[in-house]
Ligand binder design. Structure first.
Ligand code: NAP
Length: 338
């Protein structure tokens, strides 16, 4: 079987996905009799490539498409989805936290055209999970998004495939790598500003680090997990959110003296029929699994009605791991596991 892929976005994740598809070509073929052909790639500013016969991977990665690219317009992105001949749309464009659009519209269009819809972008999941899932079900196609939380770590697929008839009662975790790295650097003696600057220099924090520091990224992930694992329907503004800006070096030192550590903790639980979702700094004691999270490591504990507590820990996330989450979804879609 061959999946024909249409990429919406070719940044860190998309580029790693191309490399991973190349690296895993023989394994995927041997294990699943499956191959991939990329027939469309859209970007924000660097043009759009379409070739129903397949786009050469080196050419795509080289990025100099001047002679063959369509202009990067909204109209052309929609034309690409309609005309490139793909049977899967892979959404890897930047998040729109407020509405999830236009990614949500692209995924909806793809499903309506009978394509599978796979997203690394959290926006459409936060704002369109119920709608897109129902549409995918109606079309008998996949809507999968493993890469959206904890990168490629098999959290959502584990829930779907390995926790049958299980209710997630609550969850608690550290889901933002940048803030955990900043807090770790402060534990090593750097000020907040020095820690942010270092995180930017090594490419972990963005030029405008507010999305991480103010807890927005964590809040978005809390929405994905609450809506998908716990049947809620919340948006980032519904999350009781406090970032790490106000934490001082003195507070970090005091916590260390008491064998405690500050962590930006994400929680969600049902209280009297209402989902209480929160992102806030917490001082965690040494016997808490979140105490040991160093640098960019993240973790989640699910409280369930079958396995009691389940803890997953992800160390040193990279865009290559995120790309693995997308590859896992592609294979699941091809195998009809959705
Ligand atoms: N990086 C990670 O490890 C990671 C982890 C989990 C989830 N994600 C999510 O995965 C998605 C991709 O992340 P990334 O790190 O690859 O981002 P990135 O490096 O910033 O790349 C984004 C890509 O999307 C393109 N783009 C911008 N606007 C677009 C539009 N309107 N339509 C189509 N393409 C557009 C950009 O093109 P131009 O460069 O031409 O503007 C670029 O190719 C994001 O939603 C991110 O939140 C990423």
């Amino acid at each position: 079987m061959e999946l024909k892929l249409c990429f919406m976005g070719l940044g860190s994740v998309g580029r790693e996905l191309i490399k991973l598809i190349d690296r895993k070509r023989d394994d995927v073929q041997a294990q699943y009799d499956l191959s991939f052909k990329i027939v469309g790639i859209a970007t924000g500013r660097h043009g759009i490539l379409v070739d129903p016969d397949g786009i050469d991977h080196s050419y795509a990665l080289n990025g100099d498409w001047a002679d063959r690219a369509w202009a990067s317009t909204e109209e052309n992105r929609i034309k690409m989805i309609r005309e490139c001949g793909a049977n899967v749309l892979v959404e890897m464009s930047p998040i729109n936290r407020e509405t999830g659009r236009p990614a949500l519209d692209y995924l909806e269009l793809a499903l309506n055209l009978g394509m599978h819809a796979i997203s690394a972008n959290k926006g459409p999941v936060v704002h369109g999970y119920r709608h897109l899932s129902a549409l995918a079900k109606k079309q008998n196609k996949a809507f999968l998004f493993e890469a959206t939380v904890m990168d490629g770590f098999p959290l959502l697929n584990l829930y779907r495939e390995c926790l049958p008839a299980t209710r997630v009662l609550s969850f608690r975790g550290v889901l933002n790598s940048t803030t955990n790295l900043i807090l770790t650097l402060m534990e090593e003696g750097r000020t907040f500003d020095e820690a942010v600057q270092h995180a930017q220099e090594i490419g972990i924090a963005e030029t405008d680090p507010g999305n991480d520091i103010d807890g927005w990224d964590a809040a978005v992930k809390v929405c994905v997990l609450s809506n998908v694992l716990m049947g809620a329907d919340i948006r980032p503004q519904d999350v009781n959110r406090t970032g790490i800006r106000a934490i001082t070096l003195e507070q970090i030192k005091q916590a260390q003296l008491a064998r405690r550590k500050w962590r930006l903790v994400c929680t969600a639980e049902w209280v009297e029929g209402q989902l209480m979702a929160k992102v806030a700094p917490e001082e965690v004691p040494a016997n808490d699994p979140l105490f040991r999270l160093y640098g960019t490591t993240s973790a989640i504990q699910l409280k369930t009605d079958t396995l009691n507590q389940l803890t997953l820990l992800e160390t040193a996330p990279t865009p290559a791991q995120t790309a693995f989450g997308v590859l896992a979804d592609l294979i699941a879609a091809a195998r009809g596991h959705y």
